[in-house]
Design a binder for this molecule. Sequence first.
Ligand code: G3P
Length: 209
Amino acid sequence: MKFFVDTADLDDIQEANDMGILDGVTTNPSLVKEQGNVDFHEHVFKICEIVDGDVSAEVTATDFDGMMEEAHTLTQVHENVVVKIPLIKEGIKALRALDEEGIETNCTLCFSPSQALLAAKAGADYISPFLGRVDDISADGMTLVEEIREIYDNYDFETEILAASIRHPTHVKRAALAGADVATMPFETLIDLLDHPLTDRGLERFLAD
Ligand code: G3P
């Protein structure tokens, strides 16, 4: 399973990368906004210089031409940029066109298996089911990941399942059990994966001895 951090915070990305287990980064407009008044493209470039892996950067246009224009600009920023496209009708058209140009894409805002099927048909490289946000409305986000896995396996789709909107280590564990290809998580969740009281207690005892 690949590990991505879901953040635009350069210090957190650097720290995760220093652990030697980071495969990439996902950002979205809300995460970039948290960084204050930064230049978007410069900021994406800085992220790409830290991590040797895919870095998702999202378009904000909602029409085909606008998405294509933003995608072309983003791919000029760095070779590791993966263009994040929303799962709407114009987005499906853009995914198909970008695939034909050999531009890597991450289809975002996926909340149903049928949406994921469309994205794969359109040639998306990644599909991002937002499991935490599904949980937020009292449904089961992990069922979504499981069903997408089954559908993609039925037809040998190569689109990678990028479990997103992860909120805690149990999400990561269950996404791994469900066969998600990637988990993107907040930096805090990555650190929380380490936590176990018996590890702390055991280490304390070993060090005392
Ligand atoms: O980047 C997309 C996704 O991971 C957002 O997560 O916590 O805002 O639902 P969240």
